[in-house]
Design a protein. Structure first.
Length: 131
């Protein structure tokens, strides 16, 4: 049970249920990576959006650092301040054209170990306000 009384594990299960085994494996590897790199971030499942957000301010998008969003054949690591991370992406991992967010796409578990992924998470965390 989470601090706010929500059944967070049930919410995580709702996001993960029905994923193809390879997509679920990538999702779990990304969850582990985010937990390791951003130990102070709180995982907030959002079953209606089918994603797992990582925030420094639970209950609001103001402290959102990243989100893991599984799709049918891949998983996106969405970075809330990704547009500002272009200079922190020497490996050219960032995709997207939004005004604020960018994402990195993962199709295999090995993709999670690509050079630059950890560094992008850390750079996103540096740009995220904390309470």
């Amino acid at each position: 049970m989470g601090e706010d009384g929500r059944d967070d594990q049930g919410d995580v299960a709702a996001v993960l249920d029905g994923l193809a085994p390879p997509v679920r494996a990538v999702t779990e590897r990304l969850r582990a990576l985010v937990a390791e790199v951003l130990p102070d971030a709180v995982e907030e499942p959002d079953p209606s959006a089918r994603l797992l957000g990582y925030t420094y301010r639970p209950g609001t998008y103001g402290g959102l650092v990243a989100a893991v969003a599984p799709y049918r054949a891949h998983v996106n690591l969405m970075l809330a301040h990704g547009a500002a991370l272009v200079d922190d992406d020497p490996h050219g991992l960032l995709e997207g054209a939004g005004r604020r967010a960018r994402h990195v796409a993962f199709r295999t578990e090995e993709d999670v170990d690509r050079p630059g992924v950890r560094e992008l998470l850390l750079a996103a965390a540096r740009r995220t306000p904390r309470p």
